[in-house]
Write a protein that binds this ligand. Structure first.
Ligand SMILES: [Ca+2]
Ligand SMILES: [Ca+2]
Ligand SMILES: [Ca+2]
Length: 567
């Protein structure tokens, strides 16, 4: 036996020894890894104390040893945990964290561009959810599928009937993204989702201009993220009634489809009720679209801003047309009885784009706070856009106010990071562990990143990085919550295509809803606690569904980290 072979065998054995001695995944960390210069934290369960080691998995050598932090308890998972901080380890490579009593983490990597593939996949998830098109193998690989929902025949529902478009009128409303695990299209949830992707581009255009997603538009010379967003904007434009500017709340079947592929559903599709909430979301998004698309497609951009103004005018005329689910429609309602935040957001975007003081003056920005964005609470998005454009606004606005609001929100979130046993923001607000909790932490991160952008203080950036660590494995469930990424990703998301396609691996790049104690689906859960009530099962639509509004802040977060961490 030559020496080389001998060494290889020794390495293999020591590696296998490490693998068998320590249960993998007991120590929780980001299962993809870390940038060389970013903080690196693992969470060790229990209160055993002592030292932890970082092992190079190729050589089997211990490359870092340090003491665990003092244990803290985390009420959301009913655990005591200690943080293991190995931020000083900056050498690129593949590693594992071990502790002699607690066990081992999964393997992870330290590298530049560590989240580049995840960044692409999180955007490409939208491509996989495109309505009205075939997904070809050259773009979709094993997830190729025939076209579903052409939506060139959509009936005006009784609730949406008008003089010009009586009940049963046929309109064409193709394209758009399927909202979630289901196959319907909702103006309200499209609002925050499409906005957040556009904000990612608006804030980091240099990063996205070079990011190729291998989608059908990859060779057209325009940024692929803009091509992907456009697929939904094209649909959204068709959801506006050209006769009055009001926007249909949704394009939907009457009931949810079974567990079938898109092309296997044939139920009629309806445009349902114009709503103030849908119309204001539309106004905000189309106002942003003008800014994003004007240099690539000025004709489209002009159409978008004109549509935004008409939508705003309709909403001002119809300020309380709250969505009411008609008795024969069973799909998602996205009902919202407080539209002051939608008015604030649409006003802010129209003001930024048009520079007309009347939009700023339509609302009282000095009297409103920030908060965390969600589909029903979009006021923070106004502050995000105002902060990005603050140096170019007219005298009508107030730069100091905008910066102050963003920093206050960032500081509120940092307080929780310092208190938290897991070193993250989850738990700051009573409703953090709610349906779509992974969207919540994504939106916490979005707001932290705005505070970083305003101040340059890396404490905010590092808190956002910690939140991504949570999504990718540094959490009490031990899962990486993104399909296709990490050592223990969800395999059975509540996503009809993934469940019906015959592939073992689910469609990649989707973050699942995440833990929350509601158990609205009646599945059998291993826990009742907020941070551990999670089930990787089709049954669990309350913790394991996917949705366009949960992926969007993840896209933003990863893109921002890749942008700021470029060497
Ligand atoms: Ca392109
Ligand atoms: Ca609202
Ligand atoms: Ca499958």
């Amino acid at each position: 036996m030559n020496m080389k072979k001998f060494i290889l065998i020794v390495i293999t054995f020591s590696y296998l020894f490490i693998q068998t001695l320590y249960a993998q995944g007991e120590i929780k960390l980001n299962q993809i890894g870390f940038y060389p210069d970013s903080p690196k934290i693992a969470v060790v369960p229990g209160d055993m104390g002592g030292e932890f080691q970082v092992i190079d998995v190729e050589t089997g050598e211990t490359v870092y040893v340090s003491a665990l932090h003092a244990p803290k308890s985390w009420e959301f998972s009913g655990e005591q945990v200690s943080l293991a901080d190995f931020s000083d380890l900056t050498m690129p490579g593949r590693y594992r964290v071990i502790h002699e009593t607690a066990g081992s983490s999964y393997e992870f990597e330290i590298s530049d561009e560590i989240f580049r593939e995840l960044s692409k996949a999180s955007i490409k998830a939208y491509y996989f959810n495109r309505a009205s098109t075939e997904l070809k193998e050259e773009h979709a690989g094993i997830w190729a599928r025939p076209m579903g929902h052409p939506d060139n025949v959509v009936y005006i529902h009784e609730s949406a009937a008008s003089t010009e478009r009586p009940e049963g009128t046929v309109i064409s409303s193709p394209k758009g993204w399927y909202d979630a695990g289901d196959y319907n299209k909702y103006a309200v949830n499209s609002g925050i989702s499409t906005y957040t992707l556009m904000a990612a581009y608006e804030h980091f255009p240099e990063y996205y201009k070079q990011l190729s997603l291998n989608i059908p538009e990859s060779e057209n010379g325009k940024p692929d993220i803009l091509d992907e967003i456009r697929w939904n904007l094209d649909w959204l434009l068709t959801a506006q009634d050209p006769h009055d500017g009001g926007v249909y709340h949704k394009v939907t079947t009457k009931n949810f489809a079974g567990v079938v592929m898109p092309h296997e559903t044939t139920a009629d599709r309806y445009a349902v009720m114009k709503s103030t909430s849908g119309t204001l979301n539309f106004a905000a998004v189309m106002a942003v679209a003008y800014r994003i698309y004007d240099s690539y497609d000025p004709i489209f951009a002009a159409k978008a801003i004109a549509a935004a103004k008409r939508a705003w005018d309709w909403a001002v005329q119809n300020p309380e047309q709250y969505y009411i689910q008609p008795p024969d429609i069973q799909t998602g309602a996205y009902g919202d009885r407080n539209l002051s935040d939608e008015f604030d957001w649409a006003a802010a975007e129209l003001y930024i784009t048009t520079r007309e003081a009347k939009y700023w003056n339509a609302r009282n920005f000095h009297e409103i706070n920030v908060g965390i964005p969600s589909w029903s609470y979009v006021r923070p998005l106004a502050w995000v856009s105002l902060a990005h454009h603050r140096d170019k606004l007219t005298a009508a606005s107030d730069i100091d106010l905008i910066e102050q609001r963003i920093i206050e929100q960032g500081d509120e979130l940092l307080e929780e990071v310092q208190r938290s046993a897991y070193g993250i923001t989850m738990g700051r607000y009573e409703r953090d562990f709610v349906w779509g909790s992974n969207g919540v932490i994504g939106n916490h991160s979005l707001m932290l990143l705005q505070a970083y952008r305003v101040t340059g203080d890396e404490t905010y950036l590092n808190a956002a990085r910690a939140n991504l660590d949570y999504i990718l494995g540094r959490n009490a469930t031990g899962y990486s919550f993104v399909t296709g990424f990490g050592s223990k990703p969800p395999m059975f998301p509540h996503h009809r295509q993934s469940a019906a396609d015959g592939n073992v691996d689910p469609v990649p790049g989707f973050v699942v809803g995440g833990p929350q104690p509601g158990q609205q689906d009646g599945c059998e859960y291993p826990s009742d606690l907020p941070a551990t009530t999670f089930l990787d099962h089709w049954c669990s639509y309350s913790t394991n569904e996917v949705a366009i509004n949960w992926n969007a802040p993840l896209v933003y977060l990863i893109g921002a980290l890749e942008f700021y961490s470029s060497p």
